[in-house]
Ligand binder design. Sequence first.
Ligand SMILES: C[S@@+](CC[C@H](N)C(=O)[O-])C[C@H]1O[C@@H](n2cnc3c(N)ncnc32)[C@H](O)[C@@H]1O
Length: 277
Amino acid sequence: MASVKENLLRAAELTESDSPRLDLEVLLCHLLGKSRAWLYTWPEHELEPEQQAAFDRLFERRIAGEPVAHLTGNREFWSLPLKVNRSTLIPRPDTEVLVEAVLELRPQESLRALDLGTGTGAIALALATEKPHWQLLAVDKMPAAVALAEENRQQLGLANVQVRQSDWFDGVPPQHFDVIVSNPPYIDAQDPHLREGDVRFEPRSALVADEQGLADIRQIAAQARSYLAADGLLLVEHGWQQADAVAELLGTRGFEQVQSWRDLGGQQRVTGGQWRG
Ligand SMILES: C[S@@+](CC[C@H](N)C(=O)[O-])C[C@H]1O[C@@H](n2cnc3c(N)ncnc32)[C@H](O)[C@@H]1O
């Protein structure tokens, strides 16, 4: 058995993590049902034997590289508590840039939007929270991801989002959306980053795409044209070296006012354009 403070000192052993101390704080908060402020207030608090045993197990899994979000089963996105699991991507803060860009470009209170490859539902649920009168359709190819997004939707009580299974547009009934967004798979299969960090525990179905990572974005851009209203907006997230390629493929498919947005690290990670109709 050890105190809160002693358990947090074990952060020194988490040499592969970028945020070892924070990782252990999050795991302790999850296990004890307390806030980080509580941990700072009660550093000498001793864990009960079963709590200590549970923490030791989580610690070993974290040492083995498992993402903190998989250990706790949740991750915050756009200040929304979302359930996560191994069926899809753990939502990343960088994706909030896409949400911000949509809200900046389309301030209106009423429109129809589609989120392709919704995963946990992160993007669609963030937009639905900000815009209660938007009607959103959120689709994913993986049944387990669809179930997860629906669970998150219900937990947040968002009635303006519909979640359904679809291989990109295949299961989307013909209609015209004002906004189509996607954070699709865009990593090349040979990319060495696939062997590092959290992505080792995330499914390839959420990460990898053919054609140097651009195959899914190409397909989405080509098909989106039939599903966009006049002046409808398409915005996609992509890798930090793909902005020029995505801008070009949108331009050659007839999208106008193509522009990119930078993520929190200053890289161009979201590109979009308007469909002239
Ligand atoms: C990078 S993850 C993004 C998840 C979520 N939108 C986010 O931003 O956190 C890509 C998602 O696309 C889904 N996906 C992959 N191929 C698909 C396809 N052909 N049709 C629909 N969804 C697909 C994956 O299952 C995964 O949930």
